[in-house]
Design a protein around this ligand. Structure first.
Ligand code: 5GP
Length: 203
């Protein structure tokens, strides 16, 4: 006979994808619809973009602050992306999982590889554009990048996309409604799997 079940555990969800794929909008859409899912706010040394709030988009740190926190082992993982440091705070992830939320980590492919090793309980999802041509159009549509920067982002995108097979799931973000539903399904299925393992372990 099994013990009576305690509250459900949350799922740890890694989301990666190339710049311009619409990852941010997708994650925001999932959080609007699923009250059980939260986003882990990372620390970064990059400057805030217009509209970004400290503590909501990122914790914006100086290089010195970041390096101090890294030395104090406050990060689950960290990486250098486009010349800036980014790191996932252990405290952020542990707090949200401890409260029973599913936790989304929006991290690059290097960070994803580190978390996969450290946290085999995590599920990983790679967000793909419908095509490279469409990705380039989406980056260009932002209107802030020069043709050189578009090409740079595109070539990094190709290198990142080559790592997609290392992820548990690949979702193509052609239609945001469909992609949102697919990501929510992955999260719900993983939460159920995590909790069925826990239940079995108690029996
Ligand atoms: P952006 O500067 O456009 O917000 O993010 C640039 C890249 O850094 C994106 O690929 C994003 O997923 C990644 N990133 C954001 N936070 C973290 C983090 O905590 N760790 C790692 N490894 N990458 C991150």
């Amino acid at each position: 006979m099994c013990e009576s079940r305690s509250a459900d555990k949350g799922a740890l969800v890694i989301v990666s994808g190339p710049s311009g794929v619409g990852k941010g909008s997708l994650v925001r859409e999932v959080m609007l619809r699923d009250p059980l899912t939260r986003f882990s706010v990372s620390a970064t040394t990059r400057a805030p973009r217009p509209g970004e709030e400290d503590g909501k988009s990122y914790y914006f740190l100086t290089n010195e602050e970041f390096l101090l926190r890294r030395a104090q082992r406050e990060f689950l993982e960290w990486a250098e992306v486009f010349g800036n440091f980014y790191g996932t705070l252990k405290s952020e992830v542990d707090r949200l999982l401890g409260e029973g939320y599913n936790v989304i980590l929006d991290i690059d492919t290097q960070g994803a590889a580190s978390v996969r090793k450290l946290r085999p309980d995590a599920v990983s999802v790679f967000i793909m554009p419908p095509s490279l041509a469409e990705l380039k159009r989406r980056i260009a549509r932002r209107g802030t990048e020069t043709p050189e920067v578009i090409d740079l982002r595109r070539s990094r995108a190709e290198a990142e996309m080559a790592l997609a097979p290392e992820y548990d799931h690949i979702i193509v973000n052609d239609d945001i409604e469909i992609a949102t539903g697919e990501l929510m399904d992955v999260i719900a299925a993983h939460r159920a799997a995590v909790n069925s393992n826990k239940e079995n372990a108690q029996c």
